[in-house]
Design a protein around this ligand. Structure first.
Ligand SMILES: [Zn+2]
Length: 141
């Protein structure tokens, strides 16, 4: 179900993080071409159109590829969870995102096991960091 948000005082990225705080993945869908822009921005990433609706994504998808993060972590907020696994996820809506993957250790053995398994179902699992919520995904079976 589409959720239209009308706001003139908050930027798309502020509304994205507000959505994460509420456990929702907010995206924009273009009224001109129908494509999603995620993370959301002010205009369509596909056709450049400015006529966009807000939609909530399912948070479900398929893990396509995973590896471990570089060391040290790319930002101090990630140091408590490093080393972690990072992956490319194809959401059920067809959007490909990069995010932290929970439920697998950043070891060669676990990453090889995940590689052998192939495409793996995941769902959004938002990390509550000290300064902001961070999109992550968890392997669901
Ligand atoms: Zn568009």
């Amino acid at each position: 179900m589409d959720t239209t948000v009308t706001s003139t005082s908050q930027s798309a990225i502020e509304l994205y993080y507000k959505g994460l705080e509420e456990g929702k993945l907010k995206a924009r869908r273009c009224k001109d071409c129908g494509e999603h822009t995620f993370p959301p921005t002010g205009c369509c990433a596909h056709c450049g159109g400015w006529s966009l609706d807000w939609v909530d994504l399912s948070g479900k998808g398929t893990l396509l590829f995973a590896t471990h993060n570089i060391s040290p972590a790319c930002h101090p907020r990630f140091e408590p969870i490093a080393p972690y696994v990072y992956g490319h996820i194809c959401l059920d809506e067809g959007i490909i995102v990069q995010a932290i993957v929970q439920g697998v250790k950043a070891t060669p053995e676990d990453l090889n096991q995940l590689f052998q398994r192939g495409q793996t179902p995941v769902e959004a699992d938002i990390l509550r960091m000290d300064d902001l919520p961070v999109l992550a995904f968890r392997i669901i079976r």
